[in-house]
Design a binder for this molecule. Sequence first.
Ligand code: GTP
Ligand code: MG
Length: 230
Amino acid sequence: MNRSVSIVVPVFNEADFIPRALPELVAEVTAAAPDAEILIVENGSTDGTAGVARSVSTEPPVRVISLPEPDYGAAMRHGFLASDGAWVVNFDIDYFSGEFLRTVLAQPDDVDLVIASKRAPGSKDRRSLLRRLATLVFNVLLRTILGSRVSDTHGMKGFRRGLVDEIAPKVLSTKDLFDTELVIRAERAGYRIVEVPVEVVERRAARSSLIKRVPRTIRGLFRIRRAISD
Ligand SMILES: Nc1nc2c(ncn2[C@@H]2O[C@H](COP(=O)(O)OP(=O)(O)OP(=O)(O)O)[C@@H](O)[C@H]2O)c(=O)[nH]1
Ligand SMILES: [Mg+2]
């Protein structure tokens, strides 16, 4: 392993958006980290997303991985474990930042996990009031149900390779809780976590339904609590 960073981007039914977003993502990443690899991990798309991603970016640094079942967390987990960078950074196809990547790569040796926290002092969160409220409520649940001290787990993050190799295989959660469980387990294991402020600019309107996520998320947090106490 000698590359500085692997970028993992889960994608689902993004055939329309990838032609404008992926070239921009590749340009931002390679300007910040010329030796980076970018893993686009698609699963379960019905619109030819993987083929579009391959045709938009036919050469390294982009690798396109395609898996059967739609699952954001499973895609992230697969990408993390298939990557080989000294850092692993997760981006969404509509939410990424070369500046955050530079911040990750500039961390001192004793930092293991960098979170772009939408709730850190100095962050500018330009999403709708409802989405910001959902982030706040989710964080209150994380603190009360799981005793976490981090202020955000969803969104851009950078993980050291050693943390990924040790903790990612133990994570049981899938979908939108994979990365939350990974952060919580890393926190419990004593890894050093740093939160950095971020300007949240989503490059298109949110697509997912918050209402559908609420019961699933609450059940998922209790499942994580049981899993980490085993
Ligand atoms: N591989 C994979 N990627 C997914 C899946 N669902 C969403 N994604 C990707 O996850 C990222 C975020 O999805 P969005 O649809 O933009 O989510 P959103 O409505 O903005 O909601 P949040 O970002 O979670 O607040 C994008 O890169 C999507 O393509 C899935 O089932 N599998
Ligand atoms: Mg989005």
